[in-house]
Ligand binder design. Structure first.
Ligand code: MN
Length: 474
């Protein structure tokens, strides 16, 4: 399941006809040079395509309509090289339905004091043009991103790159399709939500299937297909038999291999890129999918347990935004409360995303303790360390809210020989007491998506694009 897309961004440079043809030729040449330099920077994840100069309302409207119409175009970056009277931008900007980044930059980094004259100042009046253009975006409540600084600086290029990932994820949001195998876990509140509203606001399609629909696919998997996947597992992971005989271990892992093949086939045939399971709804299944789910998350499918389709969709969204690096479904489990060592152990029953692994995953087979099925195989590893963001999407009845907490993760130093599940350990910002309190006060869920690649700013940028209320704890 790909987490990247064949997308491009259009670059629209604002000017006007007041300064004559020579000036416009220079604007165009500068814009081409800037486009080439940004594309060759190696920092932008998607190409930038320069358009005709935006010098009239008709031209701007026509470009914005094309951007809306073309699926390949994920968003638009605008730059006011000169003063571009912004009444010209109203119609096109109003019609624009894709993410907009106003790059408040200037062709020259510094003012050339020795040579500057009125011609130069007219041609390079971004500071003037930015304010005229920004006023219309503010008045239209466009929720556009603004990046300020010299276009050649690494920091500005990094900000453009991060925004591009958000814009592509925004476009992908309308293609997120979640297959739910079973309903929500019984009696649980925070995993519920209004699916119609989620489709209206975020574009997410959420469909239910009985577990029997999946069992048919499991039963159709051949022994040869399982053999081939088992060979891949043997190459990638350590085999830890634990208290099992080799034969019992293999039999259990083969069940998960059949689940991986069956779930992937089911999702791909029907066009889903995210899914949920529920340990309470396993008719016809020998095990709860564990290893199978972890393998599929590593391939880019969104997932959450216990029928939590909101978190599964968020997982898929953030996997696209991060291009599936160090990003996955998570759950708050157990506190460490000793003063000076405060942290929260993150895990799930089985389904911890291997993109978060810092150690070589090993396949273990161990009883689950709930669900009343056979002991499921799973990947066990320790999580990465580093600065990250954790997010939860919650339905308050009247509206959705995105809760974001910045976290510092560290690799566990103490072994946990009796815990046969992957583990991630972090402390929350600004500190354990205040961070945990704010999360609980805000009604944040126990199911989350964590990313060690994305930033708070990227999540907030997305929230603004879909008019989603958000709160940041940092
Ligand atoms: Mn859970």
């Amino acid at each position: 399941m790909s987490t990247t897309a064949a997308k491009e961004f259009w670059f629209v440079v604002g000017s006007q006809n007041l300064y004559g043809e020579d000036a416009l030729a220079e604007v165009k040449a500068n814009a081409q040079l800037m486009t080439d330099a940004l594309n060759n920077s190696g920092l932008l994840p998607y190409p930038l395509v320069l358009q005709e100069l935006a010098v009239s309302a008709d031209k701007i409207t026509s470009i914005m309509k094309e951007i809306n119409y073309r699926d390949k175009v994920a968003g638009v970056i605008t730059w006011m090289h000169t003063f571009s009277p912004a009444k010209m931008w109203i119609r096109g900007t109003k019609l624009l339905q894709k993410p907009l980044l106003h790059l408040a930059t200037q062709f020259n980094e510094s003012i050339p004091w020795a040579t500057i004259d009125m011609d130069f100042m007219n041609l390079n009046q971004a500071a003037h043009g930015d304010r005229e253009y920004g006023f219309i975006n503010a008045r239209l409540k466009k929720q556009n991103k603004i990046v300020v600084g010299y276009w050649g600086s690494l920091d500005v290029q990094r900000q453009i790159a991060e925004w591009m990932d958000v814009a592509v994820a925004y476009n992908e949001s309308f293609h997120i399709k979640v297959a739910r195998f079973g309903d929500n876990m019984r009696h649980v509140g925070v995993t519920e939500g209004d699916k119609v509203e989620a489709q209206i606001q975020f574009g997410w399609t959420v469909d239910y299937y009985g577990i029997g629909d999946l069992v048919q696919y499991v039963n159709a998997v051949t022994e040869q297909e399982i053999d081939e996947l088992m060979a891949q597992y043997a190459n990638l992971y350590e085999s830890d038999y634990g208290a099992n005989s080799k034969e019992a271990w293999e039999a259990s892992v083969r069940v998960q291999a059949s689940y991986e093949i069956a779930i992937k086939r089911f999702l791909d045939e029907k066009g889903y890129n995210a899914f949920t399971t529920n340990f309470e709804d396993l008719h016809g299944m020998k095990q709860l999918p564990g290893l199978a789910v972890q393998r599929l998350m590593a391939q880019g499918y969104g997932f959450a347990g216990e029928g939590d389709w909101k978190t599964a969709a968020l997982d898929r969204l953030l996997k696209v935004m991060s291009r599936n690096q160090n990003t996955g479904f998570m759950e708050d489990y157990t506190y460490e409360m000793a003063v000076g060592q405060e942290s929260i152990l993150q895990s799930h029953m089985l389904e911890v995303d291997p993109t978060l692994a810092s150690t070589q995953p090993k396949i273990m087979v161990s009883p689950l303790g709930i669900g009343g099925r056979e002991a499921p195989a799973r990947l066990v590893f320790d999580g990465k360390s580093g600065e990250g963001v954790v997010a939860s999407i919650i339905d308050f009845g009247t509206h959705y809210k995105l809760l974001i907490n910045e976290v510092s993760a560290f690799e566990p130093t103490v072994p946990a020989p009796k815990l046969p599940v992957a583990r991630v350990l972090w402390n929350v910002k600004p500190n354990f007491q205040e961070g945990v309190k704010a999360w609980i006060e805000n009604g944040g869920g126990h199911h989350t998506v964590v990313s060690f690649n994305l930033t708070t700013d990227q999540l907030v940028t997305y929230a603004k694009l879909v008019n989603l209320e958000y709160a940041v704890i940092k």
